[in-house]
Design a protein around this ligand. Structure first.
Ligand SMILES: CC(C)(COP(=O)(O)OP(=O)(O)OC[C@H]1O[C@@H](n2cnc3c(N)ncnc32)[C@H](O)[C@@H]1OP(=O)(O)O)[C@@H](O)C(=O)NCCC(=O)NCCS
Length: 193
């Protein structure tokens, strides 16, 4: 049985090319499936250069099991009382094992410790099509606060989209204390075969 541990990557890790590539490859692998059919030409979700920039800004947390990166999330502060996460990914072979939930809880606790009480994420949703994480975020306590057209929010993305989409802003208005992430996830009943 392996155990996953979640931690913020130190800024200095931005020059660790192997690590940056591992994170970038994981995100692109996961989003190639999660966003299949959404983009013209199946563009990558991120690049090593972007991941390195986010690590240097201390915005990337990773989950590791047996030394391997099995998940990641980007966390940042977008207002005096609001944090935001994105680029959430769990390794396909471990999906359903609790890595994603652990990363969301970690992001919440990180923001709470920085004095934020609210946290949000933006989810790109194809018109008229359910997306698995939408229900899942609901179960984690997130509610859609508003929806916005891609044209209004990120117009440069419009020509790249293969199907009409909109952004859903999910928010949680009261972050609870989540100190357990400091423990091994295994102690919370999250195990890997
Ligand atoms: C969303 C994501 C991070 C969840 O990670 P995970 O490690 O599988 O999450 P967890 O194991 O903590 O929870 C998975 C839950 O979804 C359920 N689930 C797993 N795969 C599912 C699927 N294909 N359809 C519906 N439900 C599914 C599990 O049963 C579990 O349910 P529960 O919360 O009631 O226990 C992961 O699926 C992923 O990387 N998706 C692609 C990227 C993405 O869409 N990110 C979100 C946008 S920011």
């Amino acid at each position: 049985m392996d155990v996953a541990e979640i931690h913020m990557l130190p800024r200095a890790a931005a020059i660790d090319t192997a690590l940056i590539t591992e994170v970038s490859d994981l995100v692109n692998l996961v989003y190639a499936t999660a966003e299949a059919g959404l983009w013209n030409g199946g563009a990558d979700r991120t690049t090593p250069a972007e991941v390195a920039r986010l690590v240097a800004a201390a915005e990337i947390a990773v989950a590791r099991a047996a030394g391997e990166i099995v998940g990641c999330v980007r966390v940042r502060q977008v207002g005096p009382d609001v944090g935001e996460f994105g680029l959430l990914a769990a390794a396909p072979r471990l999906q359903g094992a609790g890595v994603g939930r652990g990363l969301v809880r970690f992001a919440e606790e990180h923001c709470r410790l920085l004095g934020r009480h609210r946290i949000q994420l933006k989810l790109l949703v194809p018109h008229g099509r359910a997306r698995f994480p939408a229900d899942w975020f609901g179960r984690l306590g997130y509610r859609v606060e508003k929806t916005a057209s891609v044209e209004d929010t990120f117009p440069h993305l419009v020509p790249r989209l293969a199907v009409p989409c909109e952004f859903h802003l999910y928010r949680k208005n009261s972050i609870e204390r989540n100190s357990w992430f400091q423990l091994s996830l295994a102690e919370q009943g999250i195990h890997f075969a």
